[in-house]
Structure formats: structure tokens, C-alpha cells
Design a protein. Structure first.
Length: 388
């Protein structure tokens, strides 16, 4: 019988090549045409895989049907990058201006592409069906939900789903997983403050949109500490504020935008009703008006306890029990949560941390490519253990 570890170790050079090719061509949101094309071509070169492209625009799905009755397992990777200028100095750095795989999605894709090839070669040891989901727009506005709406969880119906992500908060050589909520719900809000512009020397004749916006930002910072249950961790962050263009004029308009995070589905659903009265109250007091837009994002990412137990059993064969960590839940968010709402799901982290490493979403983010083999082996062993 083929030794799984030896089989995967033999892919070390291939996974590195794939990761580096993808790292050079980062793309944003749903506009991942080059990336999706590379993924589709690679999947199409694997004997026994049926490949569908253009799902929800640029999503790609590979299907391995073993020809034997059984359950259906979905394995997922995300394809999009971030609008960040790369500063790693890598020989294979981004060739696209102000775009970078600063969240490791190049590694996530490489892991799943190698996994697809290996499992196709092990099809005689499997039953049922495995679907390989490559989705755009994980960072925002979310590609999983439209791919679900396009029917990827049907024909055959998906019973189980597993996904992973590189995680520099865990040391390289470890894997992280936990039952229950692992990542938060996330949403985005945008506010335009409308005042009355005028001369900077005559504030009494104006309604200062910039000053009003500053007061709104300060008031929003108190929502979590004074309106929400302290036993339910939540975050309100204003990440963008724009107003004015010259030093001696009071701006008529100001725009701000931010994000909300919480582990509590009820708070997630009610955030618009929580935030808007705060914004309105400040604007009323300052004599300004406003426009408020709230975009409901991703629900909490919740791991099924039975799936976690099964995945952990497979992980022990990969790194040993001592190197499996139960991490703290993260206020980061993941739209594979939409998949997990409809299937039994498990999301795990592949430790990629080393001394002095940059965090995710940083212009200097990088990782030791050898950790990718641990993600591949976990995917392969989970598939064999669940569908073998």
C-alpha cells in the first residue's frame, strides 16, 4: 500500500512551483480571471476530474466521482488577493501593481490543487464523490454564497465540507482546530455626513461635516463598551474617513466606513439597529444630516463538533497529538461559513508562524512553503478516513 507521507513529500517541488506562479498574479474580488484560468487548467490536467468554470462569475469546481456509492465531501480554497502593494522582496513577488497575496490564498490554492491530484490517484481507495471548490472574493464581498446559489452543493448533495487557511499566529509544524465558533460574523457599513461648507475662518456660518464625522467615530467606539453585553465579544472599527481638500475650508461632506465583528448571531443581525441611532443622534446634535448603508456580511464560522472529532483523528496521523492546537476564536471572518450553514463543516488552521514573521494582510507576509504539505496531508487523510 502506498505510504501517504512519501506520496505527499514527493510533491514538495510541485506545490512550491504552483504557489509561486499564483503569487505572481494576485487578483481582487471576483476579478480573478488569470487565477481561475490557472486553477481550471491544472484541474483539467488531472485524469478523472470533471471541471466546471464560470460559477458565480469566476468560481471553479472540480468533481471526482469514484463511481462507487457513498457520501459527498467538499474541500474548499479561496482565490482572491488584497489591494496591498507587496514589500517582501521575493524573487516571485507580485507582478500586479497594488495587489498581493498577503493572506496566503496562493498557498491555500496550492494545497488544494495538489490534494486534487493525489486523491484522483487514490480513487480506488475512495467511495462517493469529492468536490474541489475554488471561490473568488473571500476577502469581500464574498464568493461562497453566490457559488452555493449556483448549485455547487447539489448533484450530488454535499454531506461534509472541510477548509483550511494558513495561520501565522500558530507556529509552523502545528495544526489548529476547535469545535463551535472559530471565526466571527462580519459586516461593513458606510456613512456620508452632509453639512454646510464654507470658509474656515467663519465656522458659525457652516455645519462642519468633518467635525461631525469625528464625533460619530468617537460615539461608535462606545457602542461595544456601553451598549453590548461584555460577555459577547464584539468589535466596531471605523477604518476609513475622508473629508475636505484644503486647509482653509470647512467641508460640506464627509465619508466614513467601517466593519463590525461578533460571535453572536443576534448581535450580527441587529447591528444596523444598534449603529444608526448613534449616528443619527450625533448628526442631529450637530445640525447635519446623513446617509447610512449597512451591508450584512458573513455569519459566524461554526465547526460541527462531530466533524472536528473526525478531522482531529486524521490530524494525529499528520503531526501527532502534541502538535494539534485548540486556538482562541478569531475576530477574523470567513465566508465558507455559508457552506457550513448547509453542511457538516470543519475549518482548520495550518500553522505558518516563525520568529519575526509578518501577520496576515501585511505587505511583508510570507511563509515557509514546507507547511503547505501538512495541509495537503490533512486534506488527503480526512478524505481517505471519511470516504475510504
Amino acid at each position: 500500500m502506498t505510504d501517504i507521507k512519501e506520496l505527499i513529500l514527493a510533491e514538495k517541488a510541485n506545490i512550491s512551483t504552483i504557489r509561486q506562479v499564483l503569487h505572481k498574479i494576485p487578483e481582487i474580488g471576483f476579478s480573478v480571471e488569470k487565477t481561475a484560468g490557472f486553477v481550471a487548467d491544472h484541474l483539467g490536467s488531472i485524469p478523472g476530474l470533471e471541471v466546471t468554470t464560470g460559477i458565480a462569475g469566476t468560481g471553479v469546481l472540480g468533481v471526482l466521482n469514484t463511481g462507487k456509492p457513498g457520501k459527498t465531501l467538499l474541500l474548499r480554497a479561496d482565490m482572491d488577493a488584497l489591494p496591498i502593494g507587496e514589500e517582501t522582496g521575493l524573487a516571485f513577488a507580485s507582478t500586479h501593481d497594488q495587489m498581493m497575496h498577503a493572506c496566503g490564498h496562493d498557498g491555500n490554492m496550492a494545497m488544494l490543487l495538489i490534494t486534487a491530484g493525489l486523491l484522483a490517484g487514490l480513487a480506488d481507495r475512495l467511495s462517493g464523490t469529492i468536490k474541489f471548490m475554488f471561490q473568488p472574493a473571500e476577502e469581500w464581498p464574498g464568493g461562497a454564497k453566490p457559488m452555493i446559489e449556483a448549485g455547487i452543493l447539489e448533484n450530488p448533495k454535499v454531506d461534509y465540507a472541510v477548509a483550511c487557511h494558513l495561520w501565522p499566529a500558530l507556529p509552523a509544524g502545528t495544526l489548529g482546530v476547535k469545535s463551535g465558533i472559530m471565526m466571527s460574523a462580519a459586516s461593513v457599513f458606510d456613512v456620508e455626513i452632509i453639512g454646510k461648507g464654507g470658509h474656515g475662518a467663519m465656522p458659525h456660518l457652516c455645519v462642519d461635516a468633518l467635525d461631525t464625522a469625528c464625533q460619530v467615530v468617537n460615539a461608535l467606539q462606545r457602542v461595544v463598551s456601553r451598549q453590548l453585553n461584555p460577555m459577547s465579544p464584539s468589535v466596531v472599527t471605523v477604518g476609513s474617513l475622508h473629508a475636505g481638500s484644503v486647509a482653509n475650508a470647512i467641508p460640506e461632506k464627509a465619508q466614513l466606513s467601517g466593519t463590525t465583528r461578533t460571535f453572536d448571531p443576534e448581535i450580527w443581525a441587529n447591528y444596523p439597529k444598534i449603529l444608526e441611532p448613534v449616528i443619527k443622534g450625533v448628526c442631529d446634535a450637530m445640525g447635519a444630516s446623513y446617509e447610512f448603508k449597512f451591508t450584512q456580511g458573513y455569519p459566524p464560522l461554526e465547526n460541527d463538533p462531530d466533524m472536528v472529532a473526525r478531522v482531529k483523528e486524521s490530524m494525529v496521523k499528520v503531526v501527532g497529538a502534541d502538535h494539534i492546537k485548540e486556538p482562541e476564536s478569531s475576530m477574523g471572518a470567513e465566508d465558507v461559513s455559508f457552506v457550513f450553514e448547509k453542511t457538516k463543516g470543519c475549518y482548520f488552521w495550518v500553522g505558518s508562524g516563525f520568529e519575526g514573521c509578518a501577520p496576515l494582510h501585511n505587505s511583508r507576509f510570507d511563509f515557509d512553503e514546507s507547511v503547505l504539505l501538512l495541509g495537503v496531508e490533512t486534506f488527503v487523510r480526512v478524505s481517505l478516513d471519511m470516504l475510504g
